[in-house]
Write a protein that binds this ligand. Structure first.
Ligand code: COA
Length: 321
């Protein structure tokens, strides 16, 4: 049977760090409010780094760890809602930068579930089309899509990139189960319009496209759907929730992770958190958190990765370290 293993991980952050106190000089908020409501203490903000540059650096690190040559990469998928360009895809730019000259490339938009959706697509394509080495990246520069006068959103998001290389294996299978889903009824609860939604014939006001969000409804959705999705994947894998060693959730809000832990009846110490450092980096958050977690992962550990966000989308996968 063909299995899939992870052979490389990479992460890249922009240089600039913005603390809650610094944001509190810009909008009516406080370090205390942000920390207690979200768990966020600071975030990285890109001043010069672009989405494809962050993605490229994360990819290069993953490639180095894998020991592969760039020409051996068969497919590059970048999950992002903040590409530098709609054409070409971020994936094409990354492939060009790293020298992945044989790779098929495309971007995937599933917001904060993007990494799990991209992993599902990558693994299905690996199984059906026999692509051997696949690079999946989550990369975002959300700071350029924020209304820095909206305290409901500007305190939450951050920039960064995380990369994973999946490889076919006849001996090892690390990916046991993936489940993804969408509830289109909630499609407009988190919005980010495209850059050019009006043309020259439009006579109304043209607004800068920024993220807007119904925080309370998104909170309710996440704390309901994520435990359900995790239970479904764990059940399908023939395991019990207690047998899962680590939970790596999309880093949207520390309270969401604590609520999911309570609903699953799992100690919250098993939930990996780097949200204090980086905020919500959308599609980048899960691969970045996996990267940060790996020093504490042991071979054989069972890990749940679970993303959720705009769409509304969600996705969970079970992997064995
Ligand atoms: N600083 C201070 N006060 C703030 C604030 C901020 N940054 N943002 C909102 N507030 C205020 C609101 O204006 C409101 O004031 P009011 O009661 O006078 O109207 C009050 O705080 C409570 O607002 P509410 O939206 O109910 O807060 P909350 O406890 O739900 O926390 C979020 C807001 C956004 C942190 C929370 O809803 C959340 O995390 N939701 C999920 C969002 C998310 O994860 N999105 C990404 C999914 S991928």
């Amino acid at each position: 049977m063909m299995g899939i293993r992870i052979v490389g991980l990479g992460k890249k952050l922009p240089e600039m760090c913005l603390t809650n106190d610094e944001i509190a000089t810009m909008v009516d908020t406080s370090d205390e409010w942000i920390k207690t409501r979200t768990g966020i203490e600071k975030r990285r903000v890109s001043v010069t780094e672009t989405t494809h540059q962050l993605a490229t650096q994360a990819a290069l690190e993953a490639l180095k760890e894998s020991g592969l040559e760039a020409e051996e990469i068969d497919l590059v998928i970048v999950a992002t809602v903040s590409p530098d360009t709609n054409m070409p895809s971020t994936a094409s730019l990354v492939a060009r930068n790293i020298g992945a000259v044989k790779a098929r490339c495309f971007d995937l938009s599933a917001a904060c579930s993007g990494f799990i959706f991209a992993s599902e697509v990558a693994i299905s394509m690996m199984k059906q089309s026999h692509y051997k080495n696949v690079l999946v990246i989550g990369a975002e520069v959300l700071s350029t899509r924020l209304d820095w006068s909206d305290r409901g959103t500007c305190v939450i998001f951050g920039d960064g990139a995380g990369a994973v290389i999946y490889q076919q294996s006849t001996e090892i299978n690390q990916i046991h189960c993936i489940e993804i889903g969408t509830d289109p009824e909630g499609a407009e609860l988190i919005l980010l319009p495209t850059q050019t939604e009006k043309n020259k014939f439009y006579e109304g006001e043209i607004k800068r496209p920024v993220i807007s969000m119904n925080g309370r409804q998104v909170y309710a959705f996440s704390t309901t759907k994520v435990p359900e999705s995790i239970k479904q994947v764990v059940d399908k894998s023939g395991l019990a929730v207690e047998e899962i060693d680590w939970f790596i959730l999309h880093q949207a809000n520390s309270r969401i992770m604590d609520s999911v832990a309570r609903k699953l009846n799992v100690p919250k110490e098993r939930f990996i958190k780097n949200i204090a450092e980086y905020g919500n980096t959308s599609a980048a958050s899960i691969p970045m958190a996996l990267y940060d977690a790996r020093k504490q992962l042991k071979p054989g550990d069972k890990i749940i990765l679970s993303g959720f966000g705009a769409g509304l989308t969600w996705g969970t996968m079970l992997l064995e370290w």
